[in-house]
Design a protein around this ligand. Sequence first.
Ligand SMILES: NC(=O)c1ccc[n+]([C@@H]2O[C@H](COP(=O)([O-])OP(=O)(O)OC[C@H]3O[C@@H](n4cnc5c(N)ncnc54)[C@H](O)[C@@H]3O)[C@@H](O)[C@H]2O)c1
Length: 392
Amino acid sequence: MSAKKTVRTGIVGAGFAASLHFEAIRKVHCANVEVQGVYALDRAEEYARARGLRVCGSLAELIQMSDVLHVCTTASSHEEVAVAALAAGKFAVVEKPLTGYFGDGTDAFNGDRFPKTVALEEALASIQRMLQAEKKSNGRILYAENWVYAPAIQKEREIIQKTGAQVLWIHGEEAHSGSHAKTYAYWKFSGGGVMIGKGCHPLTAALYLKAVEGKARSGRPIRPASVSARAHAITRLPGFRDEGHIRCDYHDIDDFSLMHVVFEDGTVADIFASDIILGGIHNWVEVAANNHRTFCNLNPNTAMQTYNPVEANFKDIYVVEKIGTKQGWAFTSPDEDWFSGYQQEMEAFYQTAAHGDPVESDSTLAANAISTIYSAYVSSERGGAEAPVRTF
Ligand SMILES: NC(=O)c1ccc[n+]([C@@H]2O[C@H](COP(=O)([O-])OP(=O)(O)OC[C@H]3O[C@@H](n4cnc5c(N)ncnc54)[C@H](O)[C@@H]3O)[C@@H](O)[C@H]2O)c1
């Protein structure tokens, strides 16, 4: 048997996503992945020490040493880091959201008070710059939308492809009690609130499955055509009563949103996203088709359920993400990363980087998700009026 191809990798960012990526990289089988080092604005030393890595003094140094760059930074820097990697002919694994609009750079910028048409146009311009950089590069954008690779979504892809299903309605949600990243509270770092931060996951899964459906039956993807949306800041309501369970220090972002997407063929998707839900992460997609119906439960799912009568019994046991207590019944996940698609997406990305395989979660899918979301912010600003979606 011939030796595995070696791929040199660099990690940019040293927070939560960078940890997920490192764990998933370690499980890649199709190539011998050598992590060269990490570069980040903060926490790099701690991250590197825990993993036996070296800290790079600059992004340029890490790019030069790597074939693949993992862009695990705050959303506001995805374009800059990914374009630098692509310009050097390298692959860029880019975390969600691909890119967006992060304000005008002034201290006075506030996400609550600026015309959302500006955000849409600027986000589209950022997408164009990234797509241009990809076009000119020997590398590619590998969009780290783990929902595309989650086993439940991939099984649904198979059902749609093999049965020629017509998907009539997709209903999905990502929700929990608030992201941990401090920068998430600010539009200037996140490019918006929960509608982009969490809504991008079920939305991209829906866009992916409709694209799969179109390609299976007619050879061309079915794309989003318009969106009607509402976004709210529930934890910033003057009357919100904080009991310590829900994050509520957001500066200028939404924490509850709904997008109603109409596709080119007239079928629809309804996507909820929120930061106000207790009881752990609620990540799911329901597909209502003309020949079947599916619930894709990413988290929680019933692969395992445990009952623990005493909180302290489980003190050293990871149960499932973002639950407030380990006592009582829990949807304990035997392998949360696997159900979330983290290791499958990394395997697929290294199949592309090492062996040239096609990409399921590519820059076009990412671009259409971001375009839909910023059109949704325009719609929300207009009280939910339907807004057209420009697609790539
Ligand atoms: N797919 C998922 O499930 C998932 C989960 C969490 C976060 N994310 C995404 O991952 C990204 C990072 O989120 P996080 O929770 O890890 O944030 P975080 O705040 O925990 O970490 C961000 C890291 O990026 C670094 N950084 C920021 N700007 C930089 C720059 N210009 N150059 C170099 N380093 C820079 C920071 O120093 C920090 O180390 C976000 O885009 C987020 O949406 C995805």
